[in-house]
Ligand binder design. Structure first.
Ligand SMILES: [Zn+2]
Length: 297
C-alpha cells in the first residue's frame, strides 16, 4: 500500500492507493498555519489514521509547497513560510519510523499524470500548474527529475521570452524580479491584464467564461494569454523536448488553450515540426496527493 500526503497551505490531504492505482481511502484535514511542530503532528496523525483504517502499513510520500535543499537537507522555496529552514524530511522519517520521500508539489502533479494520468506511458512529461502561481515539474521515464538545486521545472520565474515593447520591464514579481512568466500566466496575472486593457475586475475564471460566450475584450485577453503561454512553453520544448506537457490548476479548465497554444508555439521552437502534445490533467486536484503516493515505485 502506498500512502500519499499533500501538504498544502490550508489543508493536508492523505490518500492510500493500492498497486494498480485504485484509491482505497482519502482524508482531508486543515493544515496548521505558522506552526511547524503542529504541522509535523498533523501529518503523522493523518498517516496513523489512514493505517488504522486500512489495517496495513504503507510507504509514505509527501508533496510539499517547496523543496528540500540538496545542500542543507532543509526546506526552501516554500510559500508556507513556517516550513522554510526546517528539517522536515528528517523529522518525518524519525516520527514515522521509516524512510519518507518528499517532493515539490508540482513534481508530484507531474508524476501522477505521467504514471496513470493524461500522460501515462510518455517517456518525458512536463507538468505545469497554473493557478495562483505557475509551478512546474519534470518526470522522465517515470521518475521525478529533482535537479542539482532541487528546482528542475521551476519555469515560473524565468523571464517571459521574446517580450514585446508593452511587456517590458514587466510586472513586479514577489521573487524580486520583473516580468517573470508567473506575472503573465497566473490567474491573477490574467485578471490584471484584462483590467489593464479596458476590462473590469473579473476573475480569470469569469474572463474565460465571457470569452467562451464571445465577449470581444475577453477573447482578446485570452489571445494575448495564449501567445504568452506559447512563448513560455516554446522555451521549455527547446530545452527539455518533452513528449507531453500537462496542464493542471484552475486555468487548465480553459478549453481553448489546448487547441490554440500548440498552433502558436512553432515560431519559438527550433524544429521543423512540433509533435509535443498539450493536454489537460486527468486527475485534476487529486494529482498532487496521488503523485506523492507514487514517489515510491
Ligand atoms: Zn518571479
Amino acid at each position: 500500500m502506498r500512502i500519499g500526503i499533500d501538504l498544502g497551505g490550508t489543508k493536508i490531504e492523505g490518500i492510500a492507493i493500492a498497486d494498480e492505482g485504485v484509491e482505497r481511502l482519502r482524508r482531508r484535514i486543515p493544515a496548521p498555519r505558522h506552526n511547524y511542530q503542529a504541522t509535523l503532528s498533523a501529518i503523522t496523525g493523518l498517516v496513523a489514521d489512514i493505517e488504522r483504517e486500512i489495517r496495513a502499513r504503507g510507504s509514505v510520500g509527501v508533496g510539499i509547497p517547496g523543496a528540500i535543499s540538496p545542500a542543507t537537507g532543509l526546506v526552501k522555496n516554500a510559500n508556507s513560510t513556517w516550513l522554510i529552514g526546517q528539517p522536515l524530511a528528517d523529522d518525518l522519517q524519525r516520527l514515522l519510523g521509516r524512510p519518507v520521500r518528499l517532493a515539490n508539489d508540482a513534481n508530484c502533479f507531474a508524476l501522477s499524470e505521467a504514471t496513470d494520468g493524461a500522460a501515462a506511458g510518455a517517456p518525458s512529461v512536463f507538468g505545469v500548474i497554473i493557478g495562483t502561481g505557475t509551478g512546474g515539474g519534470l518526470v522522465v521515464n517515470g521518475r521525478v527529475v529533482t535537479g542539482a538545486n532541487a528546482i528542475a521545472g521551476e519555469w515560473g520565474h524565468n523571464p517571459l521570452p521574446a517580450r514585446r515593447d508593452d511587456e517590458r520591464p514587466g510586472p513586479k514579481c514577489y521573487c524580486g524580479r520583473r516580468g517573470c512568466v508567473e506575472t503573465f500566466l497566473s490567474g491573477p496575472a490574467l485578471a490584471r491584464d484584462f483590467a489593464q486593457h479596458g476590462g473590469d475586475t473579473a476573475t480569470a475564471e469569469e474572463i474565460a467564461r465571457r470569452a467562451a460566450a464571445g465577449d470581444p475584450l475577453s477573447c482578446e485577453t485570452l489571445a494575448r494569454y495564449e501567445d504568452r503561454m506559447a512563448r513560455a512553453l516554446g522555451t521549455i520544448i527547446n530545452v527539455i523536448d518533452p513528449d507531453v506537457i500537462v496542464l493542471g490548476g484552475g486555468l487548465s479548465n480553459i478549453d481553448r488553450l489546448y487547441e490554440n497554444v500548440p498552433k502558436l508555439w512553432a515560431p519559438y521552437v527550433f524544429s521543423d515540426c512540433v509533435i509535443t502534445r498539450l493536454v489537460r490533467a486527468k486527475h485534476g486536484d487529486s494529482s498532487g496527493v496521488r503523485g506523492a503516493a507514487w514517489l515510491w515505485e
